[in-house]
Design a protein around this ligand. Structure first.
Ligand code: IDP
Ligand code: MG
Length: 136
């Protein structure tokens, strides 16, 4: 039975500003992800606050939203069997220090906040996040 899924991936400002976006896109493609949609954009802080609303009570919320809106990002819809979990595995742990060898955050992440990529954490949130950036 096919388990084709879509997930939302964001290449964050720390990676785009180091011109790592093409290299990271190649990693996704080489792991079997199809990039169905993509755009390079910069969002305003209120949009970042909406996107990260689930974290609004966290102490790092304001810095997180300032950071996500601080420079260009690449937003992508990735498609593959088990895309949601496979992308989380390929990204690695939130803190690059804890990320496993071979993961994107291990390779490129600078710190827990500048960790290079975002990925949806469930099929339900993937749908919400894809609509957030690509509703048309
Ligand atoms: P995730 O990106 O691995 O799903 P979340 O817990 O959903 O991690 O947190 C969202 C983002 O918030 C993280 O990617 C990271 O950039 C930032 N973040 C999470 N925890 C901390 C923290 O303790 N300090 C600063 N930033 C954090
Ligand atoms: Mg998350």
């Amino acid at each position: 039975m096919s388990n084709l899924e879509r997930t939302l991936s964001i290449i964050k400002p720390d990676a785009v500003s180091r011109s790592l976006d093409n290299e990271i896109k190649e990693i996704f493609k080489s792991r079997g992800f199809l990039i169905i949609k993509e755009k390079k954009i910069q969002i305003e802080k209120p949009e970042a606050e909406k996107f990260y609303k689930v974290h609004e009570t966290k102490p790092f919320y304001d810095d997180l939203c300032t950071y996500l809106s601080s420079g260009p990002i690449v937003v992508m819809v990735l498609e593959k069997e088990n895309a949601v979990l496979d992308n989380r595995e390929l990204m690695g742990a939130t803190n690059p220090k804890d990320a496993a060898a071979g993961t994107i955050r291990k390779k490129y992440g600078i710190s827990i906040d500048k960790n290079s990529v975002h990925g949806s954490d469930s099929i339900e949130n993937a749908k919400i996040e894809i609509d957030f950036f690509f509703k048309d």
